[in-house]
Ligand binder design. Structure first.
Ligand code: PDD
Length: 286
């Protein structure tokens, strides 16, 4: 079934949607994005994603294509038109183009390009990965220094997932100066005793919207949280490990670089957090 997608003010069948070959998103990866999950047809944490989008745009001196209310209306319209129950809405804003390739940004009157589309993911709540946990490898983090901005420069994360796949694993955790930064498309955590440990926020990692919600729920459930660096060796010796993102929610990690974590099965705390996250997020969804 063909999807209806959104491009610059129009809702179109996916094979009729077009963006210029001169668009700076295509030529320079000059764009930012958001992924908002959908559960029971409701948008999860829409406000958090909209606020982070505004910040990404501001940091790159890129014009906002429209206001938050209009963005919400477009998200809802796409969810309705494509009959999405469980899945996601992908949004991308690029700097557009003045019709040539030039490293210098085009004039302020250049219209940004706004594209949104949906992906249906039935069964995402009870996926095999969420029940069995995932295996990760570690790789060096060679990305640029502004990982707090959610840009579409995702070649290295894609390469990381391919390296993981070649090693018979599901994903990779990136390491910089001996400490884990984050997963290729998620934030990384370990659990020692009843304490959740995750890297502190900085330009080195994306400020995950799921991370913020999960840490809030953890605190409400009287779980202890410590925001600090940790190494792969510390993670391998931890009781539990997990990742969070809008597409995986809370996903247990059961193996790191061949070393089994805890009992080699999803940990109790990660399982509990996943339940709480999904339940509370659906309640608060819009
Ligand atoms: N990725 N870190 C990185 C590098 C990410 O790409 C993502 C999200 C996260 C988690 O952020 P959030 O909780 O706001 O989804 C952390 C999205 C899902 C993606 O690229 O598909």
């Amino acid at each position: 079934m063909s999807r209806i997608v959104y491009v610059n003010g129009e809702y179109l069948p996916e094979d009729e949607a077009k963006v210029s070959v001169f668009d700076r998103g295509f030529l320079f990866a000059d764009g930012v994005y958001e992924v908002t999950s959908v559960l029971d047809g409701k948008l999860i944490d829409f406000d958090g994603h909209a606020v982070r989008l505004e910040r990404s745009l501001r940091e790159l001196d890129m014009a906002a294509p429209c206001g938050k209310d209009e963005l919400l209306a477009i998200h809802r319209e796409l969810v309705a038109r494509n009959e999405i129950s469980d899945g996601l809405v992908y949004l991308q804003v690029t700097r557009g183009s003045d019709g040539d390739r030039d490293f210098v940004f085009p004039g302020a009157d250049t219209q940004p390009t706004l594209v949104l589309f949906t992906q249906s993911k039935p069964g995402i709540r009870d996926s095999a990965a969420s029940k069995n946990g995932i295996k990760v490898i570690s790789i060096e983090d060679v990305r640029w220094g502004r990982r707090d901005i959610k840009t579409v420069q995702l070649l290295y994360p894609s390469m990381g997932k391919m390296m993981a796949k070649a090693a018979g694993c599901d994903d990779a955790w990136m390491v910089q100066d001996g400490a884990v930064t984050e997963g290729t498309s998620n934030n990384a955590y370990i659990v020692k005793g009843r304490k959740i440990i995750t890297r502190e926020l900085s330009n080195d990692i994306l400020h995950g919207i799921t991370r913020a919600a999960v840490l809030r729920f953890a605190a409400e459930a009287q779980m202890e949280v410590e925001e600090r660096n940790f190494t792969i060796e510390e993670a391998q010796a931890a009781d539990e490990a997990f990742v969070t993102s809008a597409t995986t929610f809370v996903m247990p990690v059961v193996e790191i670089d061949g070393a089994q974590i805890g009992a080699g099965a999803p940990g109790e705390l990660a399982k509990r957090l996943r339940e709480i996250y999904i339940e509370e997020s659906v309640k608060a969804g819009v």
